[in-house]
Write a protein that binds this ligand. Structure first.
Ligand code: ADP
Length: 433
C-alpha cells in the first residue's frame, strides 16, 4: 500500500525525492535541506531482524512534509522499522488501525509520524489525542512528539496527567493545543469541565491499548470517546499484547480497522532469558552475585509490590550499589525526578513496581531482573521488553522460587519461548555492545 496523503503539504512533498534520500541531498535542486539536518552520531550497534526485516521503504516514500522529515532524521531514524512501514501509510489514509508489534520496535514513531503529518494547525483546539496508561509514558511520548515536530512551526503539544495541578492545565488551554497527550482520567476531567474541547479531535491513538482497555481504565476511555470525540474520528490501537478483551472494544468503536500483526513470535530476538532458582530468603544474596558478575550498563529490577520495591532498594543501597526506586504511590514530583535522573544515567539500577513495565524507553538498559516473577505472561513480556530496545541485545533474568515454578512453565508455554537456567558465566556478547 502506498502513502495516501490525507491533507496537503504539496511543497514539502515535491521537495522530498522518493526512494532516494542521498540523491535528494546532492542532485535535487531543493534537496539541500538534508544537509541542514543535524542527525545524531550513527548507532553502529548490532540490530536484530525485529527491526531490520523491512520492505526497504524510505521515510521520503510517504510524502511527508519536509519539516517533519527533518525531525525524523534528527531523531536518528534513517529508515522506517517494520511497524512503521506497515502503519504509516494506513494511518495517513485515515483508516482505523489495530496494530500489534513487539516492544521497542518503533510503535511510537509509527503513530506519531502520520499524526503529525495530518494535524490541523488552523484550529486552536486539539486535532489529535494520544492516550497512554501512565504519567511517565505520557511525558515520554510528548517529548518524542515535540522532538519529531520541532521544525513544524506553530505546532503545540500539551501533556496532561493526574498528579499535576489541574489549575495549570486549565490555564494552558487558553493557548492553542494541537496534539494532546495524556492519561484517561485527567483528559476526561478536563473534557467534562469543558476546559478541553475535543470536538475537532479527529485522531485518537491508544498506546498500550490493552492496558487502556483493562478494567482500571476502560469505562473512562469509552465514555471519553462516546461523549467528547466527533463521530468521524480515526481510532488507532497499538500494543505488543492484545488479549481477547480488546475484541469487544474493537467491535463497538472501530470502523473496519486495518489489522497489523507483526508478532508471529512473541519475544524479542535480541533478549536472552535466564532464570535462577532461589529460596525467597536468598534472593538478595543472589542479586548481589548478579551485580558482581554482570556487566550492567543500566538495569531495571521489578518487584511485585510497592513495599517490596522500597525494601529492596534499601537493601541494594546497603550492599553498596547505586540505586533509585519508583512506584505509583510516590508523590508525582519525586516520580518525575527519578524518571528523569535514571534516564539521564545518574544511577545504574532502578527498582520498580509494574509502573515501569510498559512503554518506557531507555536505550541504556541492557539488563532486566525479575526479583519477583510476574503473575501474567503479558506482564513478563512487557517487563523484559525494557531491555533490547530497537533490536539491540539485552538480558532478562528471573529469580524463581519453588512457588513460581508452575508460573515459569506457563509463561514459557504461553509465549512459546525458552527461559534457560542461568549459566555460571553469562557471555558478554549476549548483552553488551
Ligand atoms: P515501542 O513503542 O514499539 O516499544 P519505541 O517507539 O519506544 O518502541 O521505540 C524504541 C526505540 O527505537 C526508541 O528509542 C526510538 O527512538 C527508536 N526508534 C524508533 N524508530 C526508529 C527508526 N526508524 N530508526 C531508528 N531508531 C528508531
Amino acid at each position: 500500500m502506498n502513502g495516501s496523503k490525507a491533507n496537503g503539504s504539496g511543497a514539502a512533498a515535491a521537495a522530498a525525492t522518493p526512494n532516494n534520500s542521498n540523491d535528494a541531498t546532492n542532485s535535487h535542486p531543493q534537496g539541500h535541506w538534508r544537509n541542514q539536518v543535524k542527525a545524531p552520531p550513527k548507532d553502529t550497534r548490532h540490530r536484530t531482524e525485529d527491526v531490520t526485516a523491512t520492505k526497504g521503504n524510505e521515510f521520503e516514500d510517504y510524502y511527508l512534509k519536509r519539516e517533519l522529515l527533518m525531525g525524523i532524521f534528527e531523531m536518528g531514524f534513517e529508515k522506517p522499522s517494520p511497524i512503521q512501514e506497515a502503519a504509516i501509510p494506513v494511518a495517513l489514509a485515515n483508516r482505523d488501525i489495530l496494530a500489534r508489534a513487539k516492544n521497542g520496535t518503533g510503535k511510537t514513531g509509527a503513530f506519531l509520524i502520520p499524526l503529525l503529518e495530518r494535524v490541523d494547525l488552523k484550529q486552536n483546539t486539539a486535532s489529535a489525542l494520544i492516550l497512554v496508561p501512565t504519567r511517565e509514558l505520557a511525558l515520554q511520548t510528548a517529548q518524542v512528539c515535540k522532538k519529531l515536530a520541532r521544525h513544524i512551526r506553530g505546532l503545540e503539544v500539551m501533556v496532561t496527567t493526574g498528579g499535576t495541578s489541574l489549575k495549570d492545565d486549565i490555564m494552558r488551554f487558553y493557548q492553542p493545543v494541537h496534539v494532546l497527550v495524556g492519561t484517561p482520567g485527567r483528559v476526561m476531567d478536563l473534557a467534562d469541565k469543558k476546559v478541553c474541547n475535543l470536538q475537532n479531535c479527529k485522531m485518537l491513538v491508544m498506546d498500550e491499548a490493552d492496558k487502556l482497555l483493562s478494567p482500571e481504565f476502560t469505562v473512562v476511555v469509552e465514555k471519553l470517546i462516546g461523549r467528547h470525540l466527533p463521530s468521524d474520528r480515526q481510532i488507532s490501537l497499538f500494543s505488543a499484547t492484545f488479549p481477547v478483551a480488546v475484541r469487544g472494544f474493537r467491535d463497538r468503536w472501530l470502523k473496519k480497522p486495518y489489522e497489523i500483526n507483526l508478532m508471529d513470535e512473541l519475544t524479542l530476538r535480541g533478549i536472552t532469558q535466564f532464570y535462577a532458582f532461589v529460596e525467597e530468603s536468598k534472593k538478595v544474596h543472589c542479586l548481589n552475585t548478579l551485580f558482581s558478575k554482570l556487566q550492567i550498563n543500566q538495569s531495571i529490577i521489578f518487584c511485585n509490590s510497592v513495599n517490596r520495591v522500597e525494601l529492596l532498594a534499601q537493601k541494594i543501597t546497603q550492599l553498596g550499589y547505586s540505586c533509585f526506586y519508583i512506584h505509583a504511590k510516590m508523590p508525582q514530583a519525586q516520580r518525575n525526578r527519578v524518571f528523569h535522573d535514571f534516564r539521564s544515567g545518574a544511577c545504574r539500577n532502578l527498582v520498580s513496581s509494574d509502573l515501569f513495565t510498559r512503554g518506557i524507553d531507555i536505550q541504556a538498559v541492557n539488563v532486566v531482573i525479575n526479583f519477583d516473577f510476574p503473575k501474567s505472561s503479558e506482564t513478563y513480556l512487557h517487563r523484559v521488553g525494557r531491555s533490547g530496545r530497537f533490536g539491540h541485545r539485552g538480558l532478562a533474568i528471573s529469580l524463581i522460587t519453588y512457588e513460581d515454578r508452575f508460573n515459569l512453565y506457563r509463561v514459557e508455554q504461553e509465549l512459546g519461548t525458552e527461559i534457560a537456567p542461568i549459566p555460571p558465566n553469562v557471555e558478554k556478547s549476549l548483552y553488551c555492545e
